[in-house]
Design a protein around this ligand. Structure first.
Ligand code: ADP
Ligand code: MG
Length: 374
């Protein structure tokens, strides 16, 4: 890309603003009567970063986005964009590209006119509007379809038009609220990859919303897990996945083996725990504190090992083995507990022999001490 392109964005050293593209929420709160939709959250999206709000329906994701975009008032707190407070700015002056699931295109306008509309609102001259709209449509792979009305486009193509409309005015960041929710799985995955490609090539910051953990895992630099209007945990996708802070996060982000334990010793990032019949082991510790604890190990982080070791291993037997295509899922009975172990099926001809004694082990770094909430 050349620096003269109209789609050049934000994280541009020539602007001299180090915070260009940043979004910051400080103790942001929103209540509706008795309902606290967003409960004092602090959150920063750094320039060029792809941050995803991940949580179940009703956890406050959309309300958070609407406050950043300027469509909802804050009950209290503060939003800063590019390092400046925006409480007095209407949505169109916040310079954010927005795609919401319900953000419909104008049915009577062509794809190109829909994209140009974003420029018209910003008083860009007609000749320049057309050229920039064409470029934005090209970027989302719709160069040849600019004359079509929305109803002459597929669902995926309509979302691309919405994306082009959000990008065409060089926003300092993009807000995307479940933009692929209406698409089928294959198209979703394709759009996920395209949005990532566009985001990387523009170096633009993205605040993304989804309730789909796979989507969050595959797209984000950082995942912010929300529940009941609060941030429960945030971090890089693999980190949050491997090291959930409590059993709710562990279960929300996939299958987890949760082994109740007694904490014997905690120092730094390591805890020594008593797992009852599974022995004493060393695990990762994030320092979360509560009344009851467990160790979380993902099924793919358990492995069959040749013989019992002294630490981080146990013996048991296989109850069922199910071939899922790419992976095999084994249900094991280990020390009075049911555990799931998942391994790649590549190269393995048969499932494990049922009822035979097996040994399983795990890496210390992949076992996480967490708080049992339920
Ligand atoms: P999410 O996007 O994570 O599904 P929302 O932000 O839409 O969650 O909603 C969070 C909570 O706030 C929910 O309990 C919802 O019912 C409530 N809520 C959202 N908007 C309104 C509104 N306009 N009036 C009353 N309650 C609302
Ligand atoms: Mg929502």
């Amino acid at each position: 890309m050349t620096t003269s392109s109209p789609l050049q964005t934000a994280a541009d050293p020539t602007t001299g603003n180090q915070e260009e593209g940043s979004i910051e929420l400080r103790r942001v709160r929103r209540t509706y009567g008795d309902v606290t939709a967003v409960d004092d959250i602090d959150l920063t999206v750094h320039p060029g970063e792809f941050v995803t709000l991940l949580g179940p329906s009703g956890s406050g994701k959309t309300t958070t986005m609407m406050m950043v975009a300027g469509f909802e008032e804050l009950t209290s707190g503060m939003v800063l964009i590019n390092g400046r407070p925006v409480d007095k700015l209407p949505p169109k002056d916040r310079n954010l590209g927005v795609v919401f699931q319900s953000y419909a295109l104008f049915p009577h306008l062509s794809a190109r006119e829909n994209v140009e509309f974003a420029l018209r609102m910003r008083r860009v001259r007609p000749a320049e509007r057309r050229q920039r709209a064409e470029e934005a449509l090209e970027r989302v792979g719709l160069a040849k379809l600019g004359d079509r009305r929305p109803r002459e486009l597929s669902g995926g193509q309509q979302q691309r038009v919405a994306l082009a409309r959000a990008l065409v005015f060089n926003p300092s960041a993009l807000l995307l609220d479940e933009p692929m929710a209406a698409l089928d799985k294959r198209l979703r995955e394709q759009m996920q990859e395209e949005i990532k490609t566009i985001q990387r090539s523009l170096g633009i910051s993205v605040l993304f919303v989804t309730h789909d953990q796979d989507e969050a895992m595959s797209m984000s630099d950082r995942i912010v897990v929300m529940r009941d209007g609060r941030i429960v945990q945030q971090g890089a996708p693999d980190d949050v996945y491997a090291h959930p802070v409590n059993d709710w996060v562990a279960n929300f982000l996939g299958d987890a083996n949760l082994l109740p334990c007694t904490v014997l010793e905690r120092s730094g990032e390591t805890a020594v725990v008593d797992l009852g019949e599974l022995g004493v082991g060393r695990v990762r510790d994030r320092g979360a504190s509560g009344d009851r604890y467990a160790v979380s190990i993902r099924p793919e982080h358990l492995a069959f090992i040749p013989a019992d070791r002294t630490e981080n291993s146990a013996s048991g037997r296989v109850v069922t083995s199910t071939n899922l295509g790419a992976t095999i899922r084994h249900r094991l009975r280990v020390g009075g507990q049911d555990l799931l172990l998942r391994e790649l099926s590549a190269g393995r001809r048969t499932a494990r022999e049922l009822d035979g004694e097996v040994f399983v082990g795990w890496e210390q770094d992949e076992a996480q001490l967490l708080v049992l909430e339920s």
